[in-house]
Design a protein around this ligand. Structure first.
Ligand code: CA
Length: 226
């Protein structure tokens, strides 16, 4: 099921959209403030965001910039006036689309489907590049400066979790929950530290000053792409 986050403080609009999109087979969450949106994005993955331009605690444009620091989720702006359209277009913010209020739900749906189609074909690329590392997810191969790196299944899985969402911080609990199914072997908090250490020894230029997998103290890890 495709998951949509509606960011809209006008309850009439968000309730209507929530009902309509649920009927159309989407999983739908609603956030009504910038703060709520960022919190949700840190704990859940969405396939697409519908983003209102005027929110009670800030503008959708500022929120867009914040979101882009942590997520590449496709975004459709819901703009109220022509002014906002020109901002979306003029700033060339990298929004995937916009729709001007009032709009027909059916029109929005067709735009959502278009954006999802485009993002699917974008994700169809099976190669992830991070610094001097190349991950070929089709062949389950990792190359460092073009040379094969031999990873265990668990090390590979941990790298993938982080690399699929560069710059997003994953808590240790999230990573542990995700790798649970790779191996019968029980992975606890301490062994995760060991796996990360071994992974760094294999992929980092200097394991003591990691540039790819970075520790976010007290929380977890993230992969830094640039
Ligand atoms: Ca609004």
């Amino acid at each position: 099921m495709k998951e949509i986050l509606i960011v809209e403080d006008d309850k009439t609009i968000s309730l209507g959209l929530e009902y309509y999109l649920t009927q159309e087979g989407f999983g739908v969450d609603v956030a009504s403030t910038c703060r709520e949106t960022l919190t949700r994005l840190q704990t859940q993955n969405y396939d697409i965001l519908l983003l209102d331009c005027g929110l009670p605690d800030g503008s959708g444009f500022d929120l867009f910039q914040e979101i882009r620091k942590i997520s590449t989720v496709p975004i459709i702006f819901l703009t109220a006036i022509d002014d906002e359209v020109s901002i979306v277009m003029g700033l060339d913010m990298g929004a995937d689309d916009y729709i001007t209020k009032p709009f027909k739900a059916r029109e929005l749906l067709s735009r959502i489907k278009n954006v999802l189609r485009r993002s699917n074909s974008k994700n169809a690329s099976n190669v992830i590049h991070i610094k001097n590392l190349t991950i070929d997810t089709l062949q389950a191969k990792v190359l460092k400066n073009g040379v094969d790196v031999m990873l265990t299944a668990l090390e590979y899985k941990i790298l993938l979790i982080l690399a699929f969402n560069p710059n997003r911080v994953f808590t240790r609990e999230e990573i542990l929950a995700d790798i649970w199914d790779v191996n019968e072997e029980y992975v606890n908090d301490n062994t995760l530290t060991v796996y990360i250490k071994r992974l760094r020894e294999k992929i980092e230029d200097d394991k003591d000053h990691p540039q790819i997998i970075q520790t976010v103290r007290g929380i977890g890890y993230k992969v830094v792409k640039e």
